[in-house]
Design a binder for this molecule. Structure first.
Ligand code: PLP
Length: 456
């Protein structure tokens, strides 16, 4: 077979891709009609494609390249580890130094007594671990009926059978018979779309109290846990009203259920602090981590559990694990990523300097005729596209058409933003510079102009 390289003509790469590569979350007919974008290189916050076009990546890949692209130290950490011990497992009373060091470092960084890590290779795997772990925890405590996990509509917790069931994405549930039993979804705290005439504060309380109602209806003896992203990411960067999380915390404290904070996006600096739970003052029993843990340079995730959860789990052999749980190369790369994020003050600077600058600029987008609201927390933000600002109306066309037009206009203008229905979202690398923030806003504005012309 001829070797396939970055130097091949784009059309040939696209033809081979179309012939052999099945893509996640991509419609086959779009690939056939528009072809596929081939990304060949990246540095800092900039991507380059096979045609030499450059894009400011305001999504940090899939919300994960917190450190920015192209840090040689991470490549060197991987190479060093591959030479010394490329693989060994952590099953059957065995461990290795990278897994020891990374779990200890995560325990230092995570708040409260979240001191114990069960490794996986992704956020989906980690949430599957959580599903099995919380049920096993309650079985160990002599309460095997506590099985149901309460989650939220429009949440995203992954793509495996378990984690996609935990998630509340209707398009995912429409395929393949999801959700699996014993997962219950309550409504999301999305004031802009669903708050009607309520104030955000009233609405936040109303949505949080649905958790208490669900615990009551399902029976406290049957509920194992509640899972939520501190700020919903893939659902459209939905920042809950200020009243929401304190009430959720009160309800979890008042009833005997575990609280799982899915920090796969919010963790490792995204919200301006190390964890979204710190930004929103949440005290979870379990945290899901992935993405920013290695800045996406290696596939790694995990469940971080409290002293009490670990104590109970230590009383049994948890019959669960992945071949790559605590993969030494992934652990070594994650450790190096955490070292740089910390020692170079990247998380600190993102929170204290970049986030306030980005917020000021991001909020100017509400002056655009198409933008109904602009919200941002740390370095994750969203705008809502609307034909009528005052009523927060939706476009008459199929949901997502306006967002799609805007996303394509962004691409055409050297900017990667993502659309979620008619919301546009950003989650740039934490190392984005102030000049790049200015560029982001200028390009977003131009894309909004293009979309506005097409939509009105
Ligand atoms: N949880 C959240 C909050 C996520 O945003 C994601 C992915 O976007 C996942 C879990 C799943 O992670 P992965 O794609 O690594 O399986």
């Amino acid at each position: 077979m001829t070797s396939i390289t970055n130097h091949m003509p784009t059309a040939e790469l696209q033809a081979l891709d179309a012939a052999h590569h099945l893509h996640p979350f991509t419609h086959g007919s779009d690939l056939a009609k528009k072809g596929v974008r081939v990304i060949t290189r990246a540095s800092g916050s900039t991507l380059t494609d096979s045609e030499g076009n450059e894009f400011l990546d305001a999504m940090a890949g899939l919300w994960c390249v917190n450190l920015g692209y192209g840090r040689p130290e991470l490549a060197e950490a991987a190479a060093r580890q591959m030479k010394e011990l490329p693989y060994y497992n952590t099953f059957f009373q065995t461990t290795h130094v990278p897994a020891i060091a990374l779990s200890a470092r995560i325990a230092e960084l995570t708040p409260g007594d979240l001191n114990h890590v069960f490794f996986a290779s992704s956020g989906s795997e980690a949430n599957d671990t959580n599903m099995r772990l919380v049920r096993t925890y309650w079985e160990q405590k002599g309460k095997p009926s506590k099985k149901i996990i309460i989650s939220r509509k429009n949440a995203y917790h992954g793509s495996s059978m378990g984690s996609a069931s935990l998630g509340g994405m209707s398009a995912m549930h429409a395929q393949g018979g999801l959700p699996i039993p014993d997962v219950h979804h309550i409504e999301q705290p999305h004031w802009y779309a669903e708050g009607g005439d309520m104030s955000p504060e009233e609405f936040g309380l109303e949505r949080a109290r649905q958790l208490e109602q669900a615990i009551h209806d399902l029976g406290e003896d049957n509920v194992a846990a509640f899972i939520a992203e501190p700020i919903q990411g893939a659902g459209g960067v939905i920042i809950p009203p200020e009243t929401y999380w304190p009430e959720i915390q009160r309800i979890c404290d008042a009833h005997e259920i575990l609280l799982i904070a899915d920090e796969v996006i919010c963790g490792f600096g995204r919200t301006g602090k190390w964890f979204g739970s710190q930004t929103l003052d949440i005290r979870p029993d379990i945290m899901t981590i992935a993405k920013g843990l290695s800045s996406g340079y290696q596939p790694i995730g995990g469940s971080v559990v409290s002293d009490e959860v670990a104590r109970v789990m230590d009383e049994c052999e948890f019959a669960h694990g992945y071949t790559y749980s605590g993969h030494p190369v992934a652990c070594a790369v994650a450790l190096e990523n955490l070292r740089i994020l910390d020692e170079e003050g990247i998380v600190e600077r993102a929170g204290t300097e970049t986030a306030p600058y980005l917020k000021e600029k991001w909020e100017t987008l509400t002056d655009h005729p198409l933008v109904g609201e602009a919200r941002i927390a740390g370095l994750m933000g969203s705008i809502a596209l609307t034909p009528h600002k005052e009523s927060r109306a939706k476009f008459a066309a199929e949901a997502g058409t306006a967002g799609l037009i805007c996303r394509e206009a962004c691409f055409g203008n050297g900017l990667v933003m993502r659309h979620v229905g008619d919301r546009m979202v950003i989650s740039p690398p934490l190392v984005i510079t102030k000049d790049e923030v200015d560029t982001l806003i200028e390009r977003a504005w131009t894309a909004l102009d293009v979309a506005h012309k097409r939509l009105t």
